[in-house]
Design a protein around this ligand. Sequence first.
Ligand SMILES: Nc1ncnc2c1ncn2[C@@H]1O[C@H](COP(=O)(O)OP(=O)(O)O)[C@@H](O)[C@H]1O
Ligand SMILES: [Mg+2]
Length: 315
Amino acid sequence: MADREDEDLNEVIDDIVDKDDQQSGDEAEDQRQQQASRPQAQQKLLPGVKNIIAVASGKGGVGKSTIAVNLAAGLARNGASVGLLDTDIYGPSVPTMFGVHERPNITTEKKLIPIEKYGVRLLSMGLLVDTDQATVWRGPMVTSAVKQFMQDAEWGNLDYMVLDLPPGTGDIQLTIVQNVPLSGAVIVSTPQNVALDDARKGVAMFRKVDVPVLGIVENMAYFTPPELPDKKYYIFGKHGARNQAKKMDVPFLGEIPIEQSIRETSDEGTPIVLQDVHSKTAQAFIELCNRVAQQVAKRTNKQQDADDIDINFVE
Ligand SMILES: Nc1ncnc2c1ncn2[C@@H]1O[C@H](COP(=O)(O)OP(=O)(O)O)[C@@H](O)[C@H]1O
Ligand SMILES: [Mg+2]
């Protein structure tokens, strides 16, 4: 990248990092109270984006980024225009899982240009800042940076923007979901009780701020040894998230098995949903993409759009 552009990018990054450093607690509280004006924000923040979907979990390490990455790649594979915004500044995984490590370019108006890979436009804190230093970021700084990623980037027109949220249901997550015009949330949980407790908190958080919960996906639902393709071992318990979804009256979006190839493709930056589409695992992700698209369409009354993007992955 030319020196000049590099300088400009650094300026943009400084702006993202510094902007809210001096924000007072009062201002943060004001931000929280702006929730009432969410519909207005929705029109202004990302006018070209039809649906913003948050992928969330109460707990870290349950596969939220894995789901977000494969959801974005799967929807794009089917022809939708898709953005992927990694807001997990404490542990951004999207660059690794998409195999993207270059810094984004900027326009002459100093807008970030999302990096495009696998037909997905993406931005991640991990592409811009040294995330070792981000551990001291306070909530308002994160929210402000997320907003800037939306406002000051050339996303263009998108059918979906997938947001990979930081794990948990604390102040930071709450502030993001209040300030971003979300169409709905996908909650990721593994089947065991400790994860389900946190998934419940996740559902409660979205309900509190009136963001529709599109459903719960059960990750690491079972293990099938390659040499015993008809066996399913329920390592973390059977149907935990499925039952929880029923109890909370939210849609169940499907089961993703625990599988070595999912971990490997994550580390290699080649999302499994784009690999052997006939494999059971890729099919599980394709089904998940379908269900999420259906739930989004249901909630936005755009059944026509949903029909247009009906997933049909035939090679
Ligand atoms: N279904 C799965 N099968 C195998 N490994 C998985 C699966 N889901 C996630 N992983 C692996 O577990 C780790 C944590 O997943 P990640 O998506 O980063 O979780 P989170 O974003 O919730 O912290 C990663 O190394 C990922 O590759
Ligand atoms: Mg993650």
